[in-house]
Structure formats: structure tokens, C-alpha cells
Design a binder for this molecule. Sequence first.
Ligand SMILES: *Cc1c(COP(=O)(O)O)cnc(C)c1O
Length: 359
Amino acid sequence: MRLFLEMMKVKAVQASAKQDLDWNNLGFEYTKTDFRFSAIYENDAWSEGELITSEIIQIHEGAPALHYAQQCFEGLKAQTAKDGRILLFRPKLNAQRMAITAERLSMPIVPDELFLKGVMEAVRANQSWIPPYGSGASLYIRPLLIGVGENMGLKPAKSYEFRVMVSPVGPYYKSGGLALISLAVSDFDRAAPHGTGDVKAGANYPVGLYATKKAKELGANEALYLDSAEHRYLEEAGSANIIIAQADNKLITPKSDAILPSITRRSIMAIAEQDLGMKIEERAIDLRAEVDSFVEVAACGTAAVLSPVGKIWFDEGWHNFYENGEQVGPVMQELYDLLCQLQCGEREDHLDWTQEVKL
Ligand SMILES: *Cc1c(COP(=O)(O)O)cnc(C)c1O
């Protein structure tokens, strides 16, 4: 305890100073930071939670998280605003989404207050790791909920750990800035109708690794999934939703119960409607029948932010959205600018979407 307090003191002194990192050239990689938040669920109740220093989790070999993927996660970012404040973007929606996911996986819900406390404390304790304003980097926050403890048969765990780890990250797609990415329609499915595609369950992601590998072999950045019943309607990319600009100031996005409801996408659709007066629509989108009406396409999510898509591979060929295959379209550029300005406090936040982490 004494040692811990001493360490806390040293950390507090260091806190005002930033780590010696090459902020402008960070990748989307794990960097070990000083603290993580951990709370334990046992005997039907959550502990208060605390900051700990070890990045290692020791769990029982029978833990349901290991055998039956009773596990889920969230992802959000803290950014340094122009005026130096540290801002989260709509963190309550992440708390709510994790609650929905937990319920679907028969896990105890992490109450909103505990979720937000964990996020806030993890960010605050690691303030020297928060990338400075203007670096293009941010502090990625990864809340994790896992079923732990002794178990053999297929049943829910009796104990759980809720952990929040953070890591400074750069852009998800290496090109940096707003460069075009490419997607390849996958022969494989990500999620079934009425399955778990609409929740952030870890089990949804290893099945996509192979699809991503296949997409990369075609020269694409990521796999793009169609609905698993008919392989006809657009769903989403590996970890990002899809938005499409059409003529007449329209912005459309696929509707399906197998898509993860991206907070970034919901926010962009709202910005498009309210700030740009666009006509927004969430509906089934038949790729082959409608692709010629797509003026601009983008993938969006916390990690991807808004990544314009230059071309899509399907039916054995590339479909290009830009003549020269290179430049970013005006609609996606504007939506990207509006979103980023809002997230880093450069624009009036009239909807109260950002939440400050008081240091
Ligand atoms: C997390 C995730 C997204 C993006 O959601 P955000 O809330 O915007 O970060 C999109 N699709 C999938 C499959 C995801 O896991």
C-alpha cells in the first residue's frame, strides 16, 4: 500500500508531463500505460472497482470467457481539445451498448455509473499518455467484460471482471489523413439474422479474421459483408459501418439486425441531417442493383473515424467510385471535418455530445 502511494505520487508529478512518444506517427497498436481500472462481480454484486498497475489478468483455466467466449467489449476515444480539455464522445452510449451486449450473453450488466467511472479513472490516471491536440492521435479506451472463475459445463460464469485499459493510438488505416481505403466483398458471413451481429461480443470477431486475410490478398484494406441469407444487401465492414452519399443530397446506410449499431455512424447521420440538411435514410441496400447510384462511400467507427472508400471488389472485379481512384469526395470530407471538429472541441457542441474528463 505504502509503495503504491509512493508510486501514485511519482505518477502525479509525471502526469503534467507527456510521455516521450512520436505522437504524430503512432499506429493503431497497444502501448502499455501506467494504470487500468478493474471491478469484480461476485455473489451477485459489483465491487467498487480500483486502479491497478498490472496489465496481466490471471484467470481460472475453466473460465467461460476462454471456453465459450462469454466476453464482450467496447471502444471509445479520449481526445485533447484545442483548449486543452480532455473530451470523450458520447460515452453513455457505449455504456448502454455494453449493457445490451451483456444481457444478450447472459452476463451481469455493468451499471452506467460504474462504466463511466472506470472510463474516467483510467483516462485520468494515464493523462501523460493522452496524445496532444493536433497530433491526429488519441487515447483509445477499451472496456472489457469477461466471465471468469471455475467452470466446466456450458453455463454462465458466476464471476466477472470489468476492466478498462487504454492505449495511445494513431489512425486505424495506415495511410493517415483522409486517404481512400478499399473494401472487398467477402464470401464468408460475419453474423446471422437474429444472431449476435448487433452486439459487441468478442465471438463475432475471430470469424472475420480469415475474411480480412482474404480481402487483403485482393489488395483491399478490409472485408465487406453482405447479408448472410441472400448475399445481396450491404451490411458492414469488419469493424466499421457503411454510409453512402447519393445524388440529391441523400445519405443512406444499411438497415439490418445483424449490424453493430455504430455510435460514430449514428452521429454522422445526425450531423448530415441537422448541419448539412441532407436527407438521411436507413434501409436495405441491394449492392448490385444500386452500386451505380453510389456517389461516395465511407466506412465509419471509433477506430476508423470516417474512412472514404475508393473502390469495392465484388463479382470478380473492382468497382471504382472516383475517376482517378484517388481523391476524397466533398461530402465525406465535409462530414469528416464536422465530426472531428466536434470531437476535439473546435465547434459548438449544441447537442452535448462531448463529455469532459476533469483532470
Ligand atoms: C465497434 C464496431 C463498429 C463501430 O462502432 P462505433 O460505436 O462507431 O465505434 C462498427 N462495426 C463493428 C462490427 C464494430 O465492432
